[in-house]
Design a protein around this ligand. Sequence first.
Ligand SMILES: [Zn+2]
Length: 412
Amino acid sequence: MAKYAELIPNFLTFVKINTRSDPHSTSIPSADRETQFLDQLKDRLIKMGLTDVHTNEQSAYVFVTLPGNVDKPVPTVGFISHIDTADFNAENINPQIIENYDGYSVIKLDEKGEYTLDPKVFPSLKKYEGQTLITTDGSTLLGADDKAGVAEIISAVTYLQSHPAVKHGDIKIAFGPDEEIGTGADHFDVKDFGADVAYTVDGGPLGDLNYETFNAADAQVTIKGTDVHPAEAKGIMVNAIQVGMDFHAALPDFDRPEKTQDREGFFHLYDFQGTVDHTEMGYIIRDHDRDRFEARKRLFKGIANQMNSDFGEDRVKVTLKDQYYNMGEVIKKDPTPVKIAEQAMKNVGVKPHVFPVRGGTDGSKISYMGLPTPNIFAGGENMHGRFEYVSEQAMEKAVDVVLEIAKGYAEK
Ligand SMILES: [Zn+2]
């Protein structure tokens, strides 16, 4: 019998519900289907006999408490997962179960075999010999990111409820919307949540542990051109498209996502729309190091300033907006949450794989709100598309780790 009887049934139920967030919406949550799923989760948590189940009004997160069973004061630990899925088809998700995978066969996702999981293309498959894999049918993503996290946290709570001999302090749970569109944690209410330390259960494969993320800014460049007839353009026309290309060419050539890795930051041009008269460009700026991040923003503005001074008028306008910061700066002040997570993984035979995320997590924002929130694995591979999959055994280990973290704080 499965170690956590309801883990996989819950997961399969959750992934079949479309909770794709909507990047074009400004409401919170961004899509009604997210609210509906959060309401369903709330009902489930109430039926589980948990206390203080409520929707936090400002964030739309569902907050829950599992009261502690120790009689000394210990830190209150939080576990957080997001319920939305990435910007990829999430209609009629039809999970496929491959039991006892041999570690080398090509897995057909759809019946025709148009889409496959091939260990030659995805070498990660080789790690899963003898395990049970859950995949898509090739037409959707799976949504293990982050329904795996949701199901794992619920299983950990269920386990603690039925094993009162396992000692733990108060545990706080949060399920929230819109992580995938980068806005979910903006309104996270740290005070209402009431934890001293928290973990997002939103990492990738077995062992992932992250406490460093990028520093991140969005940059919009607006260029004003002067459009006249090309026949009489000499000395008069200012082609806003050309100015945009010149602007881009002035950025360091190497500092692009496709040329960088590990701790190397970048400027990423993700949108470029222009006419001779008017051109707009969208960039994201990323760097793990805060000083280098600030230097990147100065360089970006400096290029615009230089171009404007060459033109003798303001034609290039730059609007910068910081999105989140590297939570490593917060965590490094007190690395206890990372040490406890590492120990928790070792206790259950999982080798911690600690690395800086080339992106952000909900914890990047929440940590800066005063609640240190590293990220631990939920188990999924190839997230955000049709090749996403997760193994049952990795999910079980994630539950084990959540339990060990809870125990770890009760022993302190
Ligand atoms: Zn996620």
